[in-house]
Design a protein around this ligand. Structure first.
Ligand SMILES: [Cu+2]
Length: 470
């Protein structure tokens, strides 16, 4: 009897709540802060749309989305709200879908209650008990595939006492994508289950595309403003080392929780997790959002931009003030004398290949093949053949003093900096030069220790540098 009265009372309480419809936003936008100070019954309508969009420049992919974007629409409710959640599956879609919101207390986070066939809609209701920033995602089998195709987004349960006001809030979610072809292959790229299982993504991007936050789609702010980023990681597999190049996070709410940590450079965001980061923009420029697992940024797309207009603050960051010649100790005259061997190989009988691998291969590569545009090849290098046959002193000089300025190797121009190689005595230098001049099909007379000694002693002393340094 008492139970009945109590539940009737609860029922009338909840139905008495003021009703409103949630305003959902596309990334990178965030709905405005909620200003009411009492709970409401909030209606959320989220539509699942399967559609082809760009994964990178010229690369198309069939995404499955919550609201037509990756990540899906941003949902903002307030701690203590009752959320009436509608999931709509567009009639043109091919698959059933559902949703698991990490902000939900209850089995499956809503998954079983929202399982919805194309052309249908489902409803369930939950109370937002815990404040914080939460991922939501599809949980229809095969779950990994639905997530890998872009079915994730975020819901922010704003705490009863809201976070301090900031000038701008943005919404960024990282995700890894799996196609048969590697990054950049043009055209429509199908999902690869094999690569997903192997956790070998071809793309790691912010907001569903390598292009989503660059150029005129970059995030924007002005000097002096404060920015809050609601950052998530949809996964399905990778963990993100989220970093903004050139900024320090003044505050981070790790894992989207309630306690802030101050002065953070890089914050770890688990798959299916989040972080709230805040910082003030002290000076102007372009700040780069990255996953600091950095090959993902430069080779798989996890790069976004925040463009800050200014008046810049030269007292905080000057810009380049000087570019001058610097010759470290190793390159001045004294080092042209035989130096004691200091490589890890000291004490070992000189071995040309080992010396090459320890001293040259980090730039010229293990097979002497070089790196196009950066490091010229030594394998079958016409330039090397010429000097190791005729201008043998030049080769000794390159290694001991370094080499800058234009060189043309096999018809390709290079204009880089070869730094001096330290720690080679005459014997080791002779050994490595002989080896390099005869490896990979190269062929030139051997360098003897005596010859190298003479060539080294014949090198002109290094004079004071052109800019008048001592
Ligand atoms: Cu789905």
């Amino acid at each position: 009897m008492n139970v009945v009265i109590l539940s009737l009372a609860l029922w009338s309480l909840t139905t008495a709540l003021p009703e409103e419809k949630a305003l959902l936003t596309e990334p990178p936008l965030v709905p405005p802060a909620i200003t009411r100070t009492t709970p409401a019954r909030v209606k959320v309508e989220l539509e699942v749309i399967e559609k082809v969009m760009q994964l990178a420049d010229g690369v198309d992919y069939t995404f499955w989305t919550f609201g037509g974007t990756v990540p899906g629409r941003f949902i903002r409710v307030r701690e203590g709200d009752t959320v009436e959640f509608w999931l709509e599956n567009h009639p043109n879609n091919k698959l059933p879908h559902n949703i698991d919101l990490h902000a939900v207390t209850g089995p499956g986070g809503g998954a079983a209650s929202t399982f919805t066939a194309p052309g249908h809609k489902s409803r369930f209701t939950f109370q937002a008990l815990n404040p914080g920033l939460y991922i939501y995602h599809c949980a229809t089998a095969p779950v990994g595939m639905h997530i890998a195709n872009g079915m994730y987004g975020m819901i922010y349960v704003q705490p009863r006492t809201p976070l301090p006001k900031v000038d701008r809030e943005y919404y960024v979610v990282q995700g890894d994508f799996y196609t048969d072809a590697d990054f950049g292959q043009k055209g429509l790229q199908p999902f690869s289950m094999k690569r997903a299982i192997d956790e070998r993504p071809s793309y790691v991007v912010f907001n569903g595309s390598a292009m989503s936050l660059v150029g005129d789609r970059a995030l924007k702010a002005k000097v002096g403003e404060t920015v809050r980023l609601f950052v998530g990681n949809g996964g399905p597999n990778l963990v993100s080392s989220f970093h903004v190049i050139g900024e320090i996070f003044d505050h981070v709410y790790p894992e989207g929780g309630s306690k802030a940590q101050d002065n953070v450079q890089t914050t770890l965001i688990p798959a299916g997790g989040s972080a709230i980061v805040e910082f003030k923009l002290n000076t102007d420029g372009t700040y780069i959002l990255v996953d600091h697992s950095i090959f993902r940024t430069f080779n798989k797309g996890s790069l976004g931009m925040l463009k800050v207009e200014g008046p810049g603050r030269k007292d905080i960051y000057s810009g380049k003030e000087l570019d001058d010649v610097y010759l470290g100790d190793e390159s001045v005259a004294t080092s042209i004398k035989a130096t004691p061997a200091t490589t890890p190989l000291s004490g070992i009988k000189p071995d040309g290949k080992a010396l090459f691998l320890a001293n040259c291969s980090m730039c010229h590569q293990a097979e002497g093949q070089g790196v196009p545009g950066a490091f010229p090849p030594l394998a079958k290098s016409d330039y090397l053949a010429n000097i190791s046959n005729k201008k043998r002193g030049d080769l000794v000089e390159f290694v001991l003093r370094g080499k800058t300025g234009k060189v043309v190797v096999n018809g390709n121009e290079y204009n880089g900096v070869m730094t001096p190689v330290a720690g080679l005595d005459d014997e080791k230098l002779a050994t490595v030069l002989t080896w390099v001049s005869n490896a990979w099909g190269n062929s030139a007379p051997a360098f003897t220790t005596d010859e190298v000694k003479k060539l080294r002693e014949a090198l002109p002393e290094v004079k004071a540098t052109p800019n008048g340094h001592e």
